[in-house]
Design a protein around this ligand. Structure first.
Ligand code: PLP
Length: 392
């Protein structure tokens, strides 16, 4: 037999790397900075950080909390997260073995996928999706399987979901409230999802980073609260959005102790621990901010949503009204340009307002007539962006 083995090229990129490219969201942010525009593209919420959260982090630095923490986070913060899960959702987690303070929800997802899934495993993800979800799974040689939400109101299509399950499906990744479409999954929908997850014996990974951003009296339901779901649900959330600290890289994972040891191990390998001093800042926030902080947060954002919706309507950009999170998907059919990326660039040069091409949230070929706008902005900047959009 001739030896047909061809060794891989040695000085070469990995098989994954050629498919990697800068996210459209970051690209728009760079372009926006270059021309000094107003950035409604990236979800960087530049609203103020609560004073006591800032102060506690500064005090922690002065107090010498600058070294590695326990790999799953400081006890004070794990206790505070467990207390929050219990207070908000009546979900009881042992802070010693079922809470991981992670380097953002992003680091939590990476660690959870490393710990629970094998290369080639399929993970169901609703479309439109948050790009990092799909890219994080792909980067681990997992197979995201996109399940479209139906129509403008992003309705759950249970038949499509069921049809997407194969013998290789291991998990469903659910983002509620959702980026980019603002969908807040209601109880009936979550029941359908949990029935499917239980029937096929899947993990449910939930990204609840926008849990406090819900509007018009809606309620965020944490999917782990549904019967039989807690032991198989990996909850991801964090402080980036709630305390406006996206750059602190601080989030958490809550999950059954059976899974948490391995999740923490893989988080340790990549991040060692979440930033030490900032953990104290977040702990102070959870311990001391009153319930009114969270209700005001959603009321303030509901008001920002109304202002941007009105400007987008006046500009002829047909917005959908999001029930949660802090993005608006708007129709861009009337804007010049063949693709959504071209339309976003034309809008930026005409108005100085950056939005993200809708195509960033769909499989290739879809979303070309949509743009996503973020409204978690300082009032002054949002009002200026609205005034500029109205001149379109
Ligand atoms: N999950 C979703 C759905 C997001 O939209 C974002 C940020 O835009 C993140 C996670 C990032 O969270 P973190 O900063 O905690 O990594």
């Amino acid at each position: 037999m001739p030896n047909t083995y061809a060794p891989p090229a040695r000085l070469a990129l990995s098989h994954l790397a050629p498919g990697a490219f800068q996210s459209e969201i970051r690209a728009m942010s760079l372009e926006c900075d270059r021309i000094g525009g107003i950035n409604l593209a990236q979800g960087i919420c530049d609203t103020p950080v609560p004073a006591l959260v800032q102060e506690a982090a500064i005090q922690a630095i002065h107090g010498g909390h600058n070294i590695y923490t326990r790999l799953d986070g400081i006890t004070r913060l794990r206790n505070a997260i467990a207390a929050k899960q219990s207070r908000d959702y009546a979900l009881d987690y042992d802070p010693e073995s079922e809470i991981l303070v992670s380097s953002g929800a992003t680091g939590g997802l990476h660690a959870a996928a490393m710990a629970l899934l094998n290369p080639g495993d399929e993970v169901l993800v609703f479309e439109p999706f948050y790009g990092y979800h799909v890219s994080t799974l792909s980067a681990q040689r997992l197979a995201p399987v996109l399940v479209p939400l139906a129509g403008q109101d992003c309705a759950l299509d249970t038949a499509a979901l069921e049809a997407a399950v194969t013998p290789r499906t291991r998990a469903l990744l659910l983002n509620t409230p959702a980026n980019p479409c603002g969908k807040v999954f209601n109880r009936a929908e979550l029941e359908e999802i949990s029935n499917l997850v239980l029937k096929h014996d899947l993990f449910l990974i939930t990204d609840e980073i926008y849990e406090y951003f819900v509007y018009d009296g809606q309620q965020h339901i944490s999917p782990a609260t549904l019967p039989g779901m807690k032991e198989r649900t990996i909850v991801l959330s964090g402080f980036s959005k709630t305390y406006s600290v996206t750059g602190w890289r601080l989030g958490y994972v809550a999950a059954d102790a059976r899974w948490m040891g391995a999740i923490s191990y893989f988080h340790d390998l990549t991040y060692v621990c979440a930033p030490s001093a900032f953990q104290h800042g977040a702990a102070a926030g959870l311990e001391q901010l009153p319930p009114s902080f969270y209700t005001e947060l959603s009321a303030d954002h509901q008001d920002k949503r109304a202002r941007l919706l009105s400007a987008l309507r006046d500009a002829g950009l047909e917005p959908s009204v999001p029930a949660g999170a802090y993005y608006i998907l708007a129709g861009a059919a009337n804007l010049p340009g063949k693709t959504a990326a071209e339309k976003a660039r034309r809008l930026l040069s005409a108005t100085g307002v950056a939005a993200v091409a809708g195509s960033a949230f769909f499989r290739p070929g879809l979303g070309e007539n949509l743009l996503r706008f973020c409204f978690a902005k300082k009032d002054r900047d949002l009002d200026e962006a609205c005034a500029r959009l109205r001149k379109l």
